[in-house]
Design a protein around this ligand. Sequence first.
Ligand SMILES: Nc1nc2c(ncn2[C@@H]2O[C@H](COP(=O)(O)OP(=O)(O)OP(=O)(O)O)[C@@H](O)[C@H]2O)c(=O)[nH]1
Ligand SMILES: [Mg+2]
Length: 195
Amino acid sequence: MKISSSEYVKSVFNPADLPRESLPEIAFAGRSNVGKSSLINSLVKQRKLARTSSDPGKTRSIIFYRINNEFLFVDLPGYGYARVSRELREAWRPLVEGYFRNRKSLRAAVVILDIRRELSSGDRDLLDWLKTLKISTVIVLTKVDKLSRNQREKQQKLIGESLGVEKESLILFSGLTGEGRDRLWKRIMGEIRAI
Ligand SMILES: Nc1nc2c(ncn2[C@@H]2O[C@H](COP(=O)(O)OP(=O)(O)OP(=O)(O)O)[C@@H](O)[C@H]2O)c(=O)[nH]1
Ligand SMILES: [Mg+2]
């Protein structure tokens, strides 16, 4: 995928401040610290477009980026990290729910899971909820650079089984090495161009 431009648009802390719908959108969701912002940076090949941190709870607002003047990437705050304040945890739901509900320009949600971990209740809630809202989802297993070939295969199979999907549909990804980037772009562009 050729990236001619990627730019920050807006940061939203309150559902009432969501930007007017314009270009098609792809949202990136997942547990806190799973690597959502890193994945966006890796896709657009910029190290610092989205802010990343080893400290969970870095992305606290919904952040919109405009890519190639053609579509928007939407970086969502993460869920499920016990150490973030209660206030932050409670702000997450109305903000993210407010976004997912009735967002007609949303083409798909990329749900990011850590390949090393079992599904959390937050992951399941999110996936169930996207299904109920009939939002198309692309599931990515990230941080694959941390596992050997054998371990990856094992985890991909396990996670596929617990999700009840074909393991081949899960995209293996690493924000560190760029592995899986082309495959993920293909899926994303397929969603953007699907009518
Ligand atoms: N080894 C490895 N580390 C990664 C990868 N992706 C992200 N990380 C690291 O994981 C940490 C969290 O990354 P972020 O991209 O900030 O995660 P996030 O999901 O946006 O986190 P929040 O905004 O807090 O919800 C950082 O220390 C990243 O460097 C990956 O593919 N491989
Ligand atoms: Mg983030």
